[in-house]
Design a protein around this ligand. Sequence first.
Ligand SMILES: [Zn+2]
Ligand SMILES: [Zn+2]
Length: 341
Amino acid sequence: MEFIESVFREIIGFLGITNIMEIVKEGNYGILKTYDGIVALILPIIPLLMLLEFILGLVYKKPHTKVYKVNFLIYLFNRFLGRFIAIAMVAFCIGLFQDHAIIKTNRTWYWFIYGYIVWEFGHFLYHYWGHKVRLFWCLHSTHHVPENMNLSVVYAHFFLEAPYADAIRTTVCILLGVRPEFLVIIMFIDGTYGAFIHVGENLIKDARFGFLNKIMLTPSHHRVHHARNPLYMDTNFCNLLNIWDRVFGTYQEEDREIEVEYGITREVNSGNFIDVYFGEFIALFKDMYNAPGLKNKLLYAIMPPGWDHNGNHKTAKVVRENYFSAMEKPDVGLKKAEVLD
Ligand SMILES: [Zn+2]
Ligand SMILES: [Zn+2]
């Protein structure tokens, strides 16, 4: 039943009628005079017309399936534009670094396992810097804005994030001798599993998967990664194996007492494309513009999000430290609500 409901929600989402349904349900017709209301009205027109057109095509036995097919491919191409740039980036890094590999490997199975562990290391680096270097956070933050977890979050990415990620992951792998033919398979597994870990609670409520939670990265770990709760912030950077989170001390299990609050700490209008896609760039440019001196301006771009040139830092590290010290001294320390502010 839950599955049918979530499929139904997916279709409603594709048709762009989620907002209109909300407005009708709440009887809040006044909003139709606002920008958001007008967008809610316009959004479903094309998908609904396309559907009507297709149904009429079936009725008249002229469905023009070829045209739909081609247009669907164009739609896919546009969606995966970033992916194509990323593939070009992978090819470029292989060509550039293949002759400089410091380890020679062959096609034996254990070099594949080695390759996967090295890939996860590259993934850890790209993802860690994506959270700790503000300019890279601008590329990665689009993925963290959604205030709910479901499989559509898989598609929430700034188009230049994939090339950035693959430049780092591929370079690390090739320099450490991972074979390109293994890399292709590893990337496929990584991409497929990396999508699966975004499965929402409507499909799988408890995603810890018993003992597997101890030996690999489960959707439960990734839910924690997408949380803005102080305990969960900037943890679980791995994708399938959680070796490197354990090595670098960023491993965090889901605590059933602390409900995951998805999203980022910045005030964000998650229904506004510009804010979701470019919001962090705008915030960074504002901070750089207002900062005194060239050094401070540059520091804003390379220091972690929340860094402040006056020393009033609100980085994840500071927020977590405040949280833990409040936990240790509950009466003198800050209350949880205050830490969240
Ligand atoms: Zn992340
Ligand atoms: Zn994610």
